[in-house]
Ligand binder design. Structure first.
Ligand SMILES: [Fe+2]
Ligand SMILES: [Fe+2]
Length: 277
């Protein structure tokens, strides 16, 4: 059994310090196998914001797998944006833009989708797709296989035309035969789930998509701050969403899938509590 804690869109510079403190207590109390941080660590890619984000991450005791988001590239500094878009991210967070976490049950690949040529959209390059496919296809078939990006593969249910990660279809096509099980991303500050097959008809087997909300940022969009705990115990996988209720993160939803005949099938969804907002 493995547990992934998935946090996203921290936006240091616009963070709520009290929520950040409680999140850290949660993460260090639950002892996850890995903490996935799916981008937008800062609000404007400023030094102090990266320093704060780096200090936060260093306080997490579990291994962390981090990818950058569009906010981690300077927006207004055109020279820096064009010539050295992720220099501060590399300096303060990690130089590895396509990180990997692997143990004997789980492999998690991260891919940088932030690009200086677009303001908020992102994409995967052809070279990244090849690298990801090589890595994922050569990993043991007994492993649970996860890809982490900042930009999503699946739109929110109520906004089917929302921009998705560029070349996402090509990536899904290449990674699906390698046994990709789960896609984790953020960006929209909305927590939602689905099966990639429901959106991309070229995908031949189910790939679960789990989008995290914003964990600690004041940049909320109609939802409370939240993060996810994902418990992987094949053939079962369980997603617990924890939302901020003013003093602590509380479990607000549990969604279960089971792998039946090679496909992930939704089992139950329990809405434990819907916080008023
Ligand atoms: Fe964000
Ligand atoms: Fe973003």
């Amino acid at each position: 059994m493995r547990m992934i804690a998935h946090i996203s869109d921290l936006h240091f510079g616009m963070e709520d310090e009290r929520i950040a403190e409680r999140l850290l207590e949660d993460l260090n109390g639950i002892d996850p196998s890995v903490v996935v941080i799916s981008g937008d660590l800062t609000q404007r890619a400023r030094k102090r914001q990266f320093e704060a984000a780096g200090a936060f991450i260093r306080k997490i005791m579990a291994p962390c797998l981090v990818v950058p988001g569009n906010h981690d590239i300077p927006l207004y500094d055109v020279i820096r944006r064009t010539l050295t878009p992720l220099r501060r991210y590399r300096h303060y967070i990690t130089a590895d833009l396509n990180p990997v976490f692997e143990d004997d049950e789980l492999i998690v690949l991260g891919a940088n989708t932030a690009r200086s040529a677009t303001f908020k959209n992102g994409r995967i390059s052809a070279a990244q797709i090849k690298m990801l496919a090589d890595r994922l296809c050569s990993a043991g078939s007994h492993l649970f296989k996860v890809l982490v990006t900042h930009h999503p593969f699946l739109p929110p249910l109520d906004n089917p035309y929302a921009a998705l990660v560029g070349r996402g279809g090509l990536a899904a096509e290449a990674l699906e035969p390698c046994g990709l099980d789960l896609l984790l991303a953020g960006h929209y500050h909305r927590g939602y789930m689905g099966d990639l097959q429901s959106h991309d008809i070229t995908v031949k087997r189910s790939i679960i998509v789990a989008q995290a909300g914003t964990a600690i940022s004041k940049r909320i969009r109609g939802e409370r701050n939240s993060y996810d705990r994902i418990i992987i115990d094949p053939p079962d996988i369980c997603f617990d969403r924890y939302a901020w209720e003013g003093r602590a993160f509380v479990k607000t939803a549990t969604t279960r899938y089971k792998k039946v005949g090679g496909a992930w099938q939704p089992q139950t969804q329990d809405i434990v509590n819907i916080p008023s907002f």
